[in-house]
Design a protein around this ligand. Structure first.
Ligand SMILES: [Zn+2]
Length: 447
């Protein structure tokens, strides 16, 4: 039986039994295997020292030049400067069009699996990924989470699981997860989640940022005791200021975010004292480039994240443009004293952030950001665009929301978008979630 089957059988056991197992599972690290423990130990040593990733990078590139057909024409490199001068960029289209050329012809197929990158739009990308990828991924993720005080604590997981009707949660005693239904977003169900958290003293909640925000709204509105809740562990979506404002400023709960993407080249999260992504150069090599393909070194400048694998020699993607954009902060964090690429305000491809005017010009949803006073009067906002020049806005009102606010809102949009934009405001009880449980700020059919 492979590990996944075994795990799903465990999760299917009665909750009472799993509750007992979770209580005696003092050392979940043991279940994650020896390779995981060794790599974790190594990361802990490297984490706070200045880790030199250049040797791994140079080796990866030179091995790829030797073995991978796509890179055959490159001359070997000796330094980071060589890397940045000689090696060109690739993107999803290039990899899709030349799939076989990116694969090591002598690859040991037993050590790789084929996966596809999900995505809400466009064709998925096929990739070969090492079977042991969870070792690096989990170890890196756990090292990042540890900065919040998490130490293999039980976690509530409200993500992409669908449970049976009436079923409140399921337990995975191995990973110490209380798994909730990510598609049943309502105050009634949130009440059940909250009671479960309180009963078992669960202080870490693993949820998409949008779900964390909705749950936080529930906590605030119902004036719940949140003294035992430590952190929302959140990733995989864009973060909005109103989310951080509610969770951290109003409720005083840590809103810990990380960035990763399906090609698994870059991974990074906040450190203990910042809300800045620290891109982990033990995991992959990250660069930020401007529109002229130049490395960004100017604080505040936005550019595209480019990733190079350090862990996938069988199908190495080198200088892969992620189509995700971020703002440059620096290469050194004075708080945790680490030398890593620091970025903030990551805006991912996953949300297709552009809202189009009739004439084809566009603004991003970031530019549409509302005044924070208005955010206090709404419990959620979502944009839908099926045609250029027409924008539907879904809003969940609070009791404080008035006709005056609708006027302010319309004026704001007309100021930011073109005057001829047709605005349709619709008041709703729920916003729309994707089939995988994710929330998109903008659902756009416009290409
Ligand atoms: Zn830091």
């Amino acid at each position: 039986m492979d590990k996944k089957d075994w795990l799903s059988k465990v999760v299917a056991l009665p909750n009472g039994l799993n509750l007992f197992l979770i209580k005696i599972n003092f050392f979940p690290q043991l279940f994650l295997g020896k390779a995981y423990r060794n790599y974790r130990r190594k990361l802990k040593q490297q984490h706070y020292l200045s880790y030199d990733y250049t040797t791994s990078l140079i080796n990866l590139v030179n091995n790829s030049i030797k073995k991978i057909p796509y890179y055959k024409t490159y001359a070997p490199i000796n330094s980071l400067a060589d890397f940045q001068q000689q090696i060109g960029f690739i993107d999803k289209e290039v990899v899709m069009a030349n799939f076989n050329d990116f694969v090591d012809p002598e690859i040991d197929k037993t050590r790789y699996v084929e996966g596809t990158t999900g995505g809400t739009s466009g064709k998925p990308l096929r990739l070969l990924i090492p079977k042991n990828r969870h070792v690096f991924e989990l170890a890196t993720m756990h090292t990042m989470w540890e900065t919040t005080g998490w130490k293999y604590h039980p976690r509530a997981v409200i993500r992409n699981h669908k449970l049976k009707p009436g079923e409140i949660y399921r337990i995975n005693p191995i990973t110490k997860e209380f798994i909730f239904d990510g598609f049943r977003i309502s105050f009634d169900y949130f009440e059940s989640i909250y009671q479960t958290l309180k009963k078992f003293n669960i202080s870490f909640i693993h949820a998409y940022p949008s779900t964390a925000y909705e749950f936080a709204l529930f906590l605030r509105e119902k004036k719940k005791d949140i003294s035992f809740i430590n952190t929302f562990l959140s990733g995989s979506e864009n973060i909005y200021e109103y989310q951080t404002d509610l969770i951290e400023k109003q409720l005083g709960i840590r809103f810990y975010n990380w960035y990763g993407h399906s090609e698994k080249l870059i991974l990074g999260g906040y450190c203990k004292d910042t809300q800045v992504y620290h891109l982990e150069n033990t995991y992959g090599f990250a660069e930020l480039i401007d529109e002229n393909n130049q490395i960004i070194s100017e604080v505040g400048k936005r550019g595209e994240l480019v990733g190079t694998t350090l862990k996938n020699p069988g199908m190495p993607l080198i200088r892969y443009r992620t189509d995700d954009f971020a703002e440059y902060i620096g290469n050194y964090c004075p708080h945790c004293k680490r030398n890593v690429l620091l970025v903030k305000n990551i805006v991912g491809r996953w949300s297709g952030e552009r809202i189009y005017n009739k004439d084809g010009s566009f603004v991003t949803t970031t530019a549409l950001n509302l005044h924070s006073d208005l955010y206090k009067k709404i419990n959620g906002i979502q944009y839908i665009q099926n045609k250029k020049g027409i924008l539907k806005i879904l809003i969940i009102k609070t009791a404080e929301y008035s006709a005056e606010d609708e006027k302010t809102l319309k004026e704001h949009f007309l100021k930011t978008l073109n005057k001829d934009i047709i605005l349709i405001i619709e008041y709703v009880d729920h916003l729309i979630k994707q089939n995988n449980g994710k929330f998109l700020h903008l659902i756009s059919k416009v290409k």
